[in-house]
Design a protein around this ligand. Structure first.
Ligand SMILES: Cc1cc2nc3c(=O)[nH]c(=O)nc-3n(C[C@H](O)[C@H](O)[C@H](O)COP(=O)(O)OP(=O)(O)OC[C@H]3O[C@@H](n4cnc5c(N)ncnc54)[C@H](O)[C@@H]3O)c2cc1C
Length: 361
């Protein structure tokens, strides 16, 4: 950053746009400098310099986090927004840390493939998704981000670049930490003897290094998808339906909305049936629009006391997008309300083991 040839490699400023100093939680921080590197060498230079000067560095993705992870409390901030290289191949994508999740989804779809992690906020970037081991409504079926990372390039504090491939074990002894048998687990480092480098960095929130690029698994896109928002008059009926559908169907998504959530959503979706007090959002892979699974869903709805005629179903991309927006609107409305009232929302999810499930880490 001092020599002429480095001038274009890293933008550096002390006049920091306040948007960089907060995330979606509303938590505000402060930093002495913001660095926006253009390439891996630029990242290495910033980290070497920070290490030399003993200055803490916070890594910034798209700032959609809700727990203040990218909000600096002093020191330097490094933004990965320029790392937008995206290369889609059969079975995998090579994505820069700054690639937005929605751009990865779109590019994969254009090749008949899909990236399974579907964190609701698609404006998040891949570096942030990996840094937080993001999960989403499809995680019950496909697992969180961790299960889909095949390789990583990471710049370490001393400026060295680590190229970690899935299966390459770490070269130092590790304690075994008991991990709950939940389908989702993102708290702390995922430590166990024999673990690989990739697992060490996934979910490490920028504390061990700066991820610059990732190789991500892509799956063949399902031929068709049935999606729906199923409404219920009673909470208990919705919860019983979850148990039933888990055993009899193989949805890739089941998400529950309670009464206060639906009441909040009515401000944006007045078409929510007045007598609905609970809802389940579902998505199921099907062959085509003649798949007998569609009729089976109708039977399930009747059997489980759903409001059959008032529920929403669709197989087109536009209908799925409407349901995605419905789902996305809930955290969005909560965040909006809290921001309006000047409150903070430091959020985290809570997972419990599901009986009969083998659990993932
Ligand atoms: C409306 C809404 C819905 C959401 N839904 C979900 C959801 O369904 N599932 C979910 O898991 N989360 C969800 N989130 C939270 C958020 O979107 C995720 O945590 C996301 O992964 C953050 O990505 P980001 O790019 O915005 O990261 P940031 O907020 O910028 O950073 C998050 C963390 O990752 C670290 N980080 C960022 N980039 C890198 C990098 N290149 N190398 C190393 N560390 C890095 C940061 O230091 C920080 O600790 C939601 C948020 C909102 C506002």
């Amino acid at each position: 950053m001092t020599s002429k040839q480095d001038v274009h490699r890293v933008q550096e400023t002390t006049e920091i746009n306040p948007a960089y100093l907060e995330d979606a939680s509303g938590l505000r921080g402060h930093a002495e400098r913001l660095f926006v590197p253009e390439d891996e060498k630029g990242v290495a230079e910033v980290l070497q310099r920070a290490t030399r000067e003993r200055i803490p560095v916070t890594v910034s993705g798209a700032g959609t986090g809700v727990s203040g992870g990218r909000v600096p409390q002093g020191g330097w901030l490094i933004s990965m927004e320029k790392f937008t290289r995206l290369d889609i191949k059969p079975g995998c994508a090579v994505a820069g840390a700054g690639v937005l999740l929605r751009d990865l989804h779109a590019a994969a779809a254009a090749t008949g493939q899909f990236y399974a992690p579907d964190s609701t906020e698609t404006g998040a970037c891949i570096g942030g998704n990996i840094g937080t081991n993001a999960s989403g409504s499809r995680s019950f079926r496909y697992g969180a981000t961790r299960q889909h990372v095949l390789g990583l390039r990471v710049v370490l504090a001393g400026g060295e670049v680590l190229h970690a491939r899935r299966g390459q074990p770490v070269d130092f002894p590790l304690p075994s930490i008991s991990i709950p048998r939940t389908t989702k687990h993102s708290a702390g480092y995922s430590l166990r003897p024999g673990m690989d480098w990739v697992d060490l960095f996934v979910g490490s929130e920028g504390t061990l290094g700066v991820i610059t690029e990732a190789v991500l698994r892509l799956l063949p896109a399902p031929q068709a998808l049935l999606a729906g928002v199923v409404f219920f008059e009673e909470d208990n009926d919705a919860l019983n339906a979850v148990d039933h559908w888990r055993a009899t169907a193989s949805p890739r998504m089941i998400e529950y909305f309670d009464r206060p959530s639906l009441d909040m959503l009515r401000t944006r979706f007045p078409e929510i049936p007045a007598r609905a007090h609970a809802a389940l959002l579902i998505e199921q892979e099907i062959e085509d629009e003649d798949d007998p699974e569609i009729a089976r869903w109708l039977d399930r709805l009747k059997q489980d006391q759903a409001l059959v005629d008032d529920s929403w179903f669709g197989i087109s991309a536009a209908e799925r997008e409407r349901f995605r927006l419905f789902r996305h609107s809930l955290p969005d409305l909560v965040n909006e309300t809290l921001r309006r009232t000047g409150s903070l929302k430091m959020a985290s999810d809570c997972a419990v083991p599901v009986p009969g499930s083998r659990g993932l880490s």
